[in-house]
Design a protein around this ligand. Structure first.
Ligand SMILES: [Zn+2]
Length: 300
């Protein structure tokens, strides 16, 4: 009897510190976006940091526990997380966030995917068989995902749907203004030519009118080889590129090696929030990407 009374008391105590919607994001940009839209109503967690390659992480027990508690799992999709997310979802065994249910969302479904290849490349090791999954490098894609995410958050947590609507409208208002600013500042980058380590930047390049001249990886996912770097040295010795781009978690040696031989500036760009000291949120992420590109172009 006493035990039953205590159980009742515990059950009736409001859990003040707990957010209404627990969001598990595979990548930092989606955690940042959920926070922008949901503010105090959401608790976000990102499985990866900007210093990790989102293609390859371990399905650690701490991540399984986070998925088990989540109301919503949001990931880039397009097989970006195929090496670890299916195992996480299976081990967490949380029906609400299983693919096909409202608690599971693939951001890349809401944008036009670039670079879908024929299956023949997959056999050779291409890790982008469903099109390029690195969609967050174009802020218009972020806006498209924001609209879908705001709706989804409202559907999963109807008591706060009005707050999510307001959060979305407020975010989109500031975001569209910021995009205008970035596009104006980035005009000198139009027509620039890039060499990128991994094919991480195709959406950014399409947005800003940058031409991708080459990749250090001969096939997405295969590390740069001496043979391929040798070919690139011959190809770009007489010019033809403005910068060599890598992400913070990528090996610096191939881009520095090529940079020394062809005289093209090698730069690090933050691929997501937290990738550099300046990229603290989604807004400063794009501020920093454009700053770094302009600086490299002017020094070239
Ligand atoms: Zn990739």
């Amino acid at each position: 009897m006493i035990r039953a009374t205590i159980a009742l008391l515990i059950a009736s105590v409001p859990v003040a510190a707990s957010a209404d919607l627990k969001v598990f994001a595979c990548e930092p940009e989606w955690a940042a976006l959920a926070s922008e839209l949901g503010h105090v109503h959401v608790e976000t967690f990102s499985a990866t940091t900007a210093m990790q390659d989102p293609h390859y992480i371990q399905a650690r027990p701490s991540l399984i526990a986070k998925v088990r508690q989540a109301d919503l799992v949001i990931c880039s999709g397009a097989e970006l997380e195929i090496g670890w997310l299916p195992a996480l979802l299976q081990k967490a065994n949380n029906p609400a966030v299983m693919p096909g249910n409202p608690g599971y969302m693939e951001a890349s479904r809401y944008v036009l995917r670039l670079g879908a290849t024929a299956n023949v490349d997959r056999a050779q090791g291409d890790i982008h068989p469903q099109g390029n999954p690195h969609i967050q490098t174009n802020p218009h894609n972020i806006a498209a995902v924001a609209r879908a995410l705001g709706d989804r958050m409202g559907a999963l947590d109807p008591s706060n749907a009005a707050a999510y609507d307001t959060g979305l409208a407020d975010f989109l208002g500031r975001w569209e203004l910021a995009i205008d600013g970035w596009e104006a500042r980035a005009k000198p980058l139009r027509g620039a030519r890039s060499i990128t380590h991994h094919k991480s930047w195709v959406y950014l390049e399409q947005w800003l009118g940058i031409e991708e001249a080459a990749n250090l990886e001969a096939i997405p996912g295969l590390p740069p080889t001496a043979t391929h770097l040798g070919r690139l040295t011959s190809k770009f010795r007489e010019g033809g590129a403005d910068f060599i781009i890598r992400s913070p978690y990528q090996d610096a040696r191939p881009s520095e090696w090529l940079s020394e031989r062809v005289g093209v500036t090698a730069i690090v760009l933050p691929l997501t929030v937290g990738g550099t000291e300046h990229a603290k949120d989604l807004f400063s992420l794009f501020d920093d990407i454009i700053d770094r590109l302009l600086k490299a172009k002017n020094h070239g």
